[in-house]
Design a protein around this ligand. Structure first.
Ligand SMILES: NC(=O)c1ccc[n+]([C@@H]2O[C@H](COP(=O)([O-])OP(=O)(O)OC[C@H]3O[C@@H](n4cnc5c(N)ncnc54)[C@H](OP(=O)(O)O)[C@@H]3O)[C@@H](O)[C@H]2O)c1
Length: 236
């Protein structure tokens, strides 16, 4: 039977490339996105290559949307092997591209936290039973070097806080699955040329997804509860 992967934010950027790469590796990919209707051309391009991808509606900022999404996955497929919590936002520029936490607006932090931290937390919590029943799962939380507590940081405070929070979500879920063939890890793709990373980023999308694919396809006994880039552990 085909393995099933769920990728969030699958309509563009890293999520789209991840979906294509996983489908090329033989997965059925449930491509979760806010507006499947707007992604029709992109999706046609993938299906014309013979890839097994299914567009599905998911807005991570709405708990009901997450609940409805998981209900459909459960009803239509019954299990999930891989979950890549990839969708994310970086909206600190709404505070004027500030470099100070003192200028960060509560609304920016709240919006960012809801999408980047709370959404992946809820989705993982709800999808987890569909992995546990099969005794197998790979969960990849797409984090960022900007989450690292080990470095002195300025700028984009809301984004940093949300991704550090996501890393703790990784850490806590990983502690709960210890001893099972389920691996939960945070992975930084590096600075990548996408809409979020911008044209001056030093990595291509292909380079960015490499470490994410590695974590999504770890063998039995692979690392659990780590923070990685390119398959190498990095500091929290
Ligand atoms: N690019 C980088 O340099 C870099 C570096 C470190 C980490 N990352 C992380 O990598 C991940 C992917 O980033 P990217 O560079 O591919 O960004 P991107 O091109 O801006 O794509 C972001 C994706 O997230 C989706 N999304 C945003 N809010 C959502 C919501 N409420 N519900 C569902 N989907 C939502 C977007 O959907 P819409 O099209 O509907 O907006 C889009 O598909 C993010 O978690 C990001 O933080 C990126």
């Amino acid at each position: 039977m085909k393995k099933i992967a769920v990728v969030t934010g699958a309509n563009r950027g890293l999520g789209l490339a991840l979906s294509e790469a996983l489908a090329q590796r033989g997965f059925k990919v449930l491509m979760a996105m806010r507006n499947p209707d707007k992604a029709q051309k992109t999706l046609n391009g993938l299906t014309m290559k013979g890839l097994d991808v299914v567009p599905m509606k998911l807005d991570l900022s709405q708990e009901k949307s997450i609940t409805d999404f998981v209900e459909v996955v459960k009803r239509e497929y019954g299990f999930v092997d891989v979950l890549i919590n990839n969708a994310g936002i970086l909206i600190d520029s709404e505070d004027g591209g500030n470099s100070s936490l003192f200028k960060t607006k509560a609304s920016t932090l709240q919006k960012t936290f809801v999408t980047n931290t709370l959404g992946p937390f809820l989705l993982t919590q709800k999808i987890f039973p569909l992995m546990k029943q099969e005794g197998y799962g790979r969960i990849v939380n797409v984090s960022s070097g900007m989450a690292q507590l080990s470095e002195k940081q300025t700028a984009s405070a809301s984004y940093r806080i949300s991704k550090t929070g996501l890393n703790m979500v990784t850490n806590l879920f990983a502690s709960e699955v210890d001893g099972e063939d389920i691996c939960v890890n945070s992975v930084s793709p590096g600075w990548v040329r996408t809409d979020m990373g911008g044209p001056h980023a030093d990595r291509s999308v292909e380079q960015g997804i490499k470490g994410l694919l590695w974590a999504a396809t770890l063998p039995k006994g692979g690392p659990n509860g780590g923070f990685f880039q390119d398959g190498e552990a990095i500091n929290w």
